[in-house]
Design a protein around this ligand. Sequence first.
Ligand code: 5AD
Ligand code: SF4
Length: 466
Amino acid sequence: MHQTKIDKGIIAKELRFVPEIDSKPSKVFVETYGCQMNVSDSEVVVSILKQHGYVYTEIMEEADLILINTCSIRENAEQRVRGRLDVFRLMKKRRPSLLIGVIGCMAERLKEKLLEEQKMVDLVVGPDSYRDLHKLVQQAGTGQKAINVLLSREETYADISPVRFDENKISAFVSIMRGCNNMCAYCVVPYTRGAERSRDTQTILREVRELIEMGYKEVTLLGQNVDSYHWTDTATGDEISFPRLLSLVAQLSSKLRVRFSTSHPKDMNDEVLHTMAKYDNICKSIHLPAQSGSTRILELMKRGYTREWYLSRIEAIYSILPTCCVTTDIIAGFCSETEDDHQQTLSLIREAKYDFGFMFKYSERPKTYAHRKYPDDVPESIKSRRLQEIIDLMKVLSVESKKLDIGNVLEVLVEGTSKKSKHQLYGRTSQNKIVVFPRESYQIGDYVNVLINDCTSGTLKGKVIQ
Ligand code: 5AD
Ligand code: SF4
């Protein structure tokens, strides 16, 4: 069961000072950086604050409380947040009653240091302490600095119905687990988000049912490693694994598209693939981060698989799900990476025939195994060059993957108006490819069949056929 945990520092302060509380800010603005999980968390945060009478605003200038939900995954993600804090600092100078809170991974990583280094920050709240936000805001309102960065082994915010930011009411994130136990050598996530814990299956199904009732057409089940989802139903004693959860969600409505992210190559088994094959509404798209194509580097990264194992998973995907698209994450220039290791990454990318990838230069993160044990010894210029080669190759593969669709008719869920022209709509295929087509009389939320006639590396183009 969840227990609200209170940081020791706050208890001590409260004993000394009982605030005359009611300078509660009423309008909250939230800015979110980083992964989909952070977007999902911001929706939980706003929901929690609404329960305490706050109003959410999309206009930063009218907010009484600005929260910045932060990411620590790479140094440049943190730099971006610091840049935003400089902007907030100027706002606070003009309006001293404005409260500024840093929440999420940077709050967890830097803790009190953030209050010391960023004088205008009033509250610092880690990813497992959002239930405490109202109390912390009240405390900050009395002029004290407020912090709670305790990590929990149980908190999943299972009972909170997130406030949805998605304006179209088409696609929603549903968090199914939190934290990560994998301890990849380069990664700060296990330190900022704590140990892995799964969310009660029934609360996930309830949330998805509510979304269906609200008219949502697509859910993405989120976790750092969805394949290790595990829940024991207390009523029935049933053990619910990820494939089972996936099929339970898919069965809620055949009109609901179901996606999930992220899969871990060491844990993604054939049962997941067979479940995907069984249900048409489970999208044929898998995000399967490889990180590197060199077994030596994968071992140093502590990823728990070899190049051969990874490629065997790719083979299983294409044989069980012939229409599936695979996407990936790649890190260029990890500690001790040689030219040969890099070439192996390029060749793995070619073999895997990805449709898309997120590609990064290795960024050393404090406290991680790699930071403690390995020198960050690949020069910056070499990291940049290798990253560029990976990006260039991925672009070629993205075009190749899209070209295969030309001449095919694909089902598209319409998501919005194209940024380039109001006469065009866009949506996505089951494979998560973006399709742009003439608007005619189609509406956001429709399923349409589009005959594909052209493409770029990022987009398919076509025309709806009846
Ligand atoms: N440096 C660069 N990329 C990283 N990632 C995680 N940690 C680091 C790091 N220290 C990447 C991985 C992961 C994605 C979310 O971010 O590729 O899959
Ligand atoms: Fe980080 Fe590895 Fe966990 Fe992903 S699986 S969050 S890369 S530790």
